[in-house]
Design a protein around this ligand. Sequence first.
Ligand SMILES: [Zn+2]
Length: 338
Amino acid sequence: MKVYCPYCKKEVEYKIEKRDIKDFRGIEINTYENVAVCKECHQDLYVNEIEEKNNERIYELYREKAKIIKPQDIIDLREKYDISQRELTAILGFGKMTINRYERGGVPTKAQSDYIKLLIDNNDKFIEKVKEAHKNGRINDKTYGKIVSEELNVNISKEQIQDNIRRYLKLVLNRRPDIYNGYKVLDIEKIENIVSYIASKVKNLTITSLNKYLWYIDMLSFKQRSVAITGLTYQNQKFGPTIIDKKYDELSLLDDKYIREDIETENGNTTKIISNGNYDLNKISYAEKEIIDTIIKTLKNKTVTDISELSHKEEGWKKTKRFERISFDYAMDLNIIK
Ligand SMILES: [Zn+2]
């Protein structure tokens, strides 16, 4: 086989030498490359198809060892949002043909690869990047709308679910003021803020103890002011007073202000309530907050079992049958706070 030698300045015969390649772009790959060598002057020669084969082998090893993203990963990202190579390049703020090159097999630097991978794995980060590109004029309204309106739909549907839970709770729990809701109209938004507030003050708040906190808060309020705070109705259950018909389950699913966390314990599963810390005390009057703080102070260092046992000593629980609603008339006999 002959090739032009720039040193001998003529077509020459060449031989192939195999040389070790220890690393590439700072990553250990331990492979070899084939080098064409002039048989006359022994200088290295450039032969296109030999170099291409070397590159292929080296790039493939490098991709694998450095965990570089694959062309298909980038194509998948574009297809997810239905955007062109040019749009993606603009969003990322890369040079003009960068994405085109990477999709055709060009190897990104480790830093660029890690950056793209982060955006593939983290939808929020990608959207953040899209917003930034739009703000800086790198992408137009059409591209922006295509990606972000889809994102908006996801948010709306989550909010709609939350609102539907609220609507459902109002439908099944709200009645005219009577002795079973402490002459108070149900206020879900207020309850959410109170739950978030209690959870922020009480370590290890579980669904079981939350029910007692709310019941005690409403009872104490009724005792002092002849009106409850939440408007919830409670019933007699095995472990003490609870929100009627187990509607605490739906209440715990409202996760704007707190989240529920199911954990396994030796005695089975427990559901913890953890505050998001974003409760709004403007929804609670000063007098109501005093009452809530009093109950928190009284119960916060007690275990769930202790709290259950305390509630079992209350007339409201003792004098009602299982599953019966608990009248706020019993507030006058409250034991926990004299
Ligand atoms: Zn030569």
